[in-house]
Design a protein around this ligand. Sequence first.
Ligand SMILES: *[C@@H]1O[C@H](CO)[C@@H](O)[C@H](O)[C@H]1NC(C)=O
Length: 342
Amino acid sequence: MAMAASRCFLLLLLLLLSPLLEPGAGEEEQEAVLAMAARLPRPAAVSFREGYTQLFGDSNLALHGHGKRVRISLDERTGAGFASQDAYLHGFFSASIKLPADYAAGVVVAFYMSNGDVYEKTHDELDFEFLGNIKGREWRVQTNVYGNGSTSVGREERYGLWFDPTEDFHRYAILWSHDRIVFYIDETPIREVQRTKSMGVQFPSKPMSLYATIWDGSSWATSGGRYKVNYKYAPFVAEFSELMLHGCTIDTLTHAPMCAPDIASIHNAVAMSGRQRSAMERFRTKYMTYGYCYDRLRYPTPLSECNVGPEAELFLPTGEARSMDRHGRARRHRRGPADSAF
Ligand SMILES: *[C@@H]1O[C@H](CO)[C@@H](O)[C@H](O)[C@H]1NC(C)=O
């Protein structure tokens, strides 16, 4: 069932995009491809039952809108989470997410890809982690990349946001191709990781599933664990809609990719245009609060993929952004790398 549905919209995607994938497609065409990938028609979103399965949290996971929207919540008893039924090797994955309103210190909402269930010691992971804060309106977003179980090598970046993520839905997307990873918020690319030779398998390269969870991160999420979850404000509810999986599905037995080569080439062809790169640079200049590439305490020599350009001037040797007030509200609660226990 899930398979049929995902094949069906992969085919639809291919049909939509194939005219744009002629060899020699210029920047505009590529941008059009990305715009299309980022704004796939709503019908292509899969319902929960078609594409996902509940992981934990019994009644703290609830379906709405004919199974197209999922609410997961955290209360004194439990958090909740779900995962994609299939595993994928590369693709474009997104969800529109509305975060818990009001006081949410210590609450973590995660939207991520992982294969930790299959490769215990050598897992790969791509994360969006939303770290609740002492004031309900000051969520911080973290992205992270792990490859081959190298959790000692964190590649965290953190950002403030220009909008209130608890007020409305915003789209968070991960593009994962064989040589690059791009994280998007709405239509803006916020981070690009290009595979380098020396990254080797620290660039995620094994099939992963998609996950969404909400859990108690009291011990580390907010100011290094200073602010615990206060269950007086429970339940904390995160709502997911427009769940999109267009990746290359993996056969669960053979682990062989089951998609047409053309599908993979769609994801590989999504190069970043000059305009998008500028948008990314603007975002990072304004909203990035921490970058592992600049953290000389952890990495006296930057990791190989760190292409330390002019952006470096914005950061202290702790990896934190230099300016306290470059973006007022997001800057008020500063956090160092020690905040993350990963
Ligand atoms: C991946 O990690 C495992 C366990 O640490 C290690 O044995 C293996 O050599 C690594 N693979 C590569 C290709 O580096």
